[in-house]
Ligand binder design. Structure first.
Ligand SMILES: [Fe+2]
Ligand SMILES: [Fe+2]
Length: 472
């Protein structure tokens, strides 16, 4: 089952050749994917050799192969973790029953919605990031951008495989629609709000891969628990790739923070901007923006959809194994809710609170990253602390979207929020300044003024390695 056939048109470990109909359907979808990639994938660089990692199996010790490849020649494949014999539902109403290898009729729509919503985020982020190649701060970063982009393309393949294999004609139609929606398009937008926001420069790219790809980690982890076994197995392998995307984000921001500290110490008056850097208060504003956009992706705080997906055994909690109890009937979650315009603490039926439970796991994970950034600041001898804003601040989805709050979580009226928001969120002037810094640096080993070099290269290679061959 895990053997991978790499000389097929579509590399896979699902014995695609054994299912002619499916193979033909996916081979028909492939040119549509490639033309989407040409139209909406990275602008420029398509004919350049990029030092990329390609998934070639699901074996923990040798799943990735590194080599130069031109992006359109990337081997987008289908990889599922091996089936575990005797696996049973780990949670929900069917806990202890054998997992499903086919879609149960009564949950078909719910399951398709989960797969389509996840699938839609994958090409969306490629579209959001398509212009960034022109202003990469180094060849190392340029390569990382393209690595993230091709892997998001593979994640789209992963979801399309599920749609084609398990959802018949509707699945095939949904797979086509995934290539038709466009990030930020007013007529045919992507499904989720954060995936229609622009990623106009590299600070927002690093924040996006830190915070929004991390939302992806938590959504995939919850789906990796699924009692629909093919979805669980697909998501488990996607998580392996996702780790690198969050590494790009966390270390990217860390390098911007480090550079800000170095410049603060160099300048007689500590003026980071005067020396072409991004100052820490500005970094805080972008952190506030991208963290809160990502919080929205977890959905409403009290949600019957979340309860239904858990009851059905389709979407679990983050690492179900950590918990003793997996049915969640008669249990409660203590959380902040909005009542008559005030924040109050209440016990909510656990199944209805599962979006909030997952969001809180995510927040803890984000905090660990912010702690590491603060350690960098401290190690540089600078007195400043970055903080995650409250979950009540700057929300567009859920109960907190109806009120205004400070980053500390204090509810305020809209007039006060409007008067202060540019102290908390990037202003047009901040955005203009950040964009003014964005110029491509193409000499191997060299970095833009606003970012420190990485601690080490990719795959053990030196920093001055030519990660992208830009020569004709
Ligand atoms: Fe992804
Ligand atoms: Fe990702």
């Amino acid at each position: 089952m895990t053997a991978v056939i790499t000389d097929e048109k579509i590399p896979n470990n699902v014995n695609l050749a054994g299912d002619r109909r499916l193979q033909r359907a996916l081979e028909e979808w492939q040119p549509h994917f490639l033309s989407w990639w040409q139209d909406m994938g990275p602008v420029g660089f398509q004919a350049k050799d990029v030092y990329l990692r390609t998934a070639v199996s699901v074996e923990a010790d040798g799943w990735a192969h590194f080599d130069y490849v031109k992006m359109p020649d990337y081997r987008w494949g289908i990889f599922l973790e091996p089936k575990q014999a005797g696996r049973v539902h780990g949670f929900g109403d069917n806990q202890g029953q054998p997992v499903w290898d086919e879609v149960p009729g009564e949950f078909r729509n719910m399951l398709r919605r989960l797969v389509v919503t996840q699938g839609d985020t994958e090409p969306a982020s490629v579209e959001q990031q398509r212009h960034l190649g022109a202003t990469a701060p180094s060849l190392y970063d340029l390569r990382n951008l393209f690595q993230v982009n091709v892997e998001e393309g593979r994640h789209l393949w992963a979801m399309v495989y599920l749609l084609h294999t398990y959802f018949g004609r509707d699945g095939r139609e949904e797979a086509e629609e995934l290539l038709k929606r466009r990030s930020g398009d007013s007529d045919k937008p992507r499904i989720l709000g954060a995936f229609n926001e622009p990623t106009p420069h590299w600070l927002s790219f690093f924040m996006f891969t830190m915070f929004t790809d991390r939302d992806g980690k938590y959504q995939l982890a919850a789906l990796a628990e699924s009692g629909f076994d093919p979805l669980a197995r697909t998501c488990r392998f996607m998580l392996t790739e996702e780790a690198h995307h969050m590494f790009v984000g966390e270390t990217g921001v860390q390098r911007v923070v480090k550079r800000a500290c170095e410049l603060m110490k160099q300048a007689p008056n500590g003026d980071v901007r005067a020396q072409g850097g991004i100052d820490l208060p500005t970094i805080q504003k972008y952190l506030n923006l991208h963290f809160t956009l990502s919080l929205d992706l977890f959905g409403g705080e009290v949600s019957s959809n979340a309860a239904d997906a858990f009851a059905a055994g389709l979407k679990g909690r983050y690492k179900e194994d950590r918990y003793d109890e997996h049915k969640l009937i008669g249990t409660h979650y203590t959380m902040d809710v909005l009542e008559d315009g005030k924040a109050v603490t209440k016990d909510i039926a656990m199944r209805n609170a599962l979006n909030e439970v997952l969001r809180n796991e995510y927040i803890k994970d984000c905090q660990r990253g912010v702690d590491r950034w603060n350690k960098t600041i401290k190690d540089e001898g600078v007195d400043f602390e970055l903080t995650l804003p409250s979950h009540k601040f700057h929300r567009q989805i859920g109960m907190w979207s109806t009120v205004c709050a400070t980053p500390a979580g204090e509810l305020i009226d809209r007039a006060e929020f409007e008067a202060k928001k540019h102290a908390w969120l990037p202003s047009a002037a901040d955005e203009t300044y950040i964009k003014s810094l964005m110029h491509a640096v193409t000499e191997p080993g060299k970095m833009a003024s606003w970012v420190a070099p990485p601690a080490k290269g990719i795959n053990g290679l030196p920093g001055e390695f030519q990660y992208v061959r830009l020569g004709a």
